[in-house]
Design a protein. Sequence first.
Length: 267
Amino acid sequence: MTALADGSGVGTLLRGWRERRRVTQLELALLAGSSARHISFVETGRAKPSPEMVLRLAEHLDVPVRERNALLLAAGYAPRFPETPLNDAAMEVVRSGLERLLAGYEPFPALVLDGRYDVVAANRGIGLLLEGVAGHLLEPPLNAMRIVLHPEGLAPRIRNLPEWRAHLLEQLERRITLAGSEVLRELHDEVRGYPVPEREHERSDAASGLLPFALPLRVEHAGHVLSFVSSIATFNTPLDVTVSELAVETFLPADPETVAHLRSLTP
């Protein structure tokens, strides 16, 4: 919504999203069933798009749901997508479904993140990995990026920290490009500035921990080195801002030793 406070019109915002996606006016027009002339008129303010056209262009430009509301407001229309708190009664189906999913994945770690990488739900497997993390990092709102990369967080126990750190920073950069979020940019700059703990075994672990299909997370726990492959799932057709920004991250054990260790901790 920042662009609204700056007085930017819908045309300026749409042009910004189009350029960010590296789509020409003609390409966007063909996708949206319009003409390059009309797209040009919308971007320069010579034509006012209907709310349906705003949403159609936003769909083809893969604009996040939150920012689609901003486009509608900039064009003088009411927002179409509510932002319902996850603890609202109307979100019971979503909440209970996520809780069942997390519980069913135990003893392996799984959590739910919002659009700022804040943890909104987690299972007991995640709790095991957080043992030893500094208390100030576990105060709400818990932020996954800070917990993993902070020198008082998981970072000192991650055996392939340089590779995993680079992966997370790249993930953040992709999200910033997609969403154009200043909040994520500030988070990226913060965690990138954290000092990186030096570890004597990092070089050997970087080679020995490689998998042929994915980069694993290798983390120490109770004298064991656990290895996981991360998978992220999102809702396919969200009509609510909150739901559109939720992501379920599950950590699949990458070796039999990790499976055995986690199952040994299950009551």
